[in-house]
Design a protein around this ligand. Structure first.
Ligand SMILES: [Zn+2]
Length: 389
């Protein structure tokens, strides 16, 4: 089957005309198993999501290309338009963070954690009741990050909603008040501002940063298991290009230096889409070693149960990425746990019906509200994970 598929794929690439206009489609094809996904990615296809319940894969394809040679029946196909302009640009995210810092100086401190290839600053916000000291020990920290991947425009909405909830519900919500006293909660809403700018200016389905014009997949660039298991690509034009060396990218380095400095107990990295919760490791058959695995995976499964699907019924699935999607090496959560003992999860928000850029007016509020029980649950579990040296 694989050889047959590759024959068809190469036939496709030889006949595709270039250059193609920057317009895109989602195409859904029947899912037959993990090997199919790996073969598609190795052949250069942009695999946007896998829905194991409905047995379908969503691919992003440039409009104008012919997909019938793919060898799998196309289940659905729809054209993609530019994302809703209510989603945030890099400048808007920066302005929002600085506005909160100005309005809530008792709670919010904004920190620059890096500078991109194009010279944009990457910002983190530290959120805590700053007037409550835990001296001499610093407060335990929790980190929520988003937008490693530029086109996943819903994800900063989630981390910015965490910021908003924490500062506006302080003193009225007893759990939030307690967490703001006991913990320092950090958000990095936009890990990849260069990629985001490209989404807004020239390519709505851009995923990577913009290094050299080809871009590096920041979430395949972390030093843990970098280039270990075909869970990334060495081809610059591939959507999962891992970069020239482990940790080569300024965005990767920015998050790494923040984590090395604040050593979070727990991290959630928001991506889209697939309605799943992912825990380490990304290379089959690696698992978190026992005894730490038990609590780590149990909390991941419980987190998934807190997250209601976009359909309004049922909850997210939890597991390792190679069971749920595909092998992935050099990812942030693997590095955070292996290097710093941070209990780290990916949450993939929204379903394959919503995609990367659902209508803002229809889906933004529903999505951030449905994520609240998840991050609140994470904040309720901090004591379960005392720092490992
Ligand atoms: Zn992503």
């Amino acid at each position: 089957m694989a050889q047959y598929l590759f024959g068809l794929l190469s036939a496709f690439f030889l006949t595709a005309s270039a250059p193609t206009p920057p317009k895109f489609r989602y195409m859904q094809i029947a899912y037959t198993g993990p090997k199919q996904v790996r073969d598609l990615m190795a052949a250069g296809w942009d695999v946007a999501g896998v829905n194991q319940d409905k047995k379908r894969i969503t691919l992003v394809v440039k409009d104008g290309t012919v997909m019938k040679t793919l060898g799998f029946p196309v289940l659905t196909s729809r054209e993609l338009y530019a994302p809703d302009s209510s989603y945030k640009t890099p400048d808007e995210v920066t302005k929002i963070l600085l506005d909160y810092e100005t309005r809530y100086p008792q709670f919010v401190a904004v920190h620059k954690i890096g500078t991109t290839v194009e010279g944009r600053d990457i910002y983190a916000a530290e959120i805590t009741a700053r007037f409550v000291k835990m001296s001499p020990d610093p407060k335990p920290t929790v980190l929520f990050d988003s937008l490693h991947h530029a086109r996943e425009v819903m994800t900063p909405e989630v981390t910015l909603d965490i910021l908003d909830q924490l500062v506006t519900q302080y003193s009225t919500d007893s759990d939030i008040t307690k967490w703001m006293h006991k913990y320092a909660i950090w958000i990095v809403p936009m890990v990849n501002p260069d990629g985001s700018q490209k989404v807004w200016t020239s390519s709505s389905m851009w995923r990577k940063n913009t290094r050299g014009g080809y871009g590096v997949d920041i979430n395949r660039n972390y030093p843990q298991d970098w280039n270990k298991c075909n869970g990334s690509s060495g081809d610059r034009n591939n959507e999962t290009y891992r970069g020239s060396s482990a940790g080569s990218e300024p965005e990767t380095q920015g998050l790494m230096s923040l984590v090395a400095s604040i050593k979070p107990r727990i991290n959630v990295s928001y991506h889209s889409f697939s309605e799943i919760v992912i825990y380490p490791y990304g290379c089959r058959p690696d698992r978190i070693p026992l005894p730490g695995r038990t609590d780590y995976e149990a909390v991941g499964k419980e987190l998934a149960k807190k997250l209601v699907r976009d359909s309004g019924s049922g909850t997210y699935k939890a597991g390792v990425v190679y069971d749920l999607l595909y092998d992935a090496d050099g990812g942030s959560i693997d590095w955070m746990y292996a290097k710093h003992g941070t209990v780290s999860y990916v949450v993939e928000v929204n379903s394959d019906s919503q995609g990367f850029q659902p209508s803002y007016s229809r889906w933004r509020d529903d999505t951030v509200k449905r994520q609240r029980p998840g991050w609140r649950y994470i904040l309720s579990q901090v004591e379960k994970f005392p720092r490992t040296p």
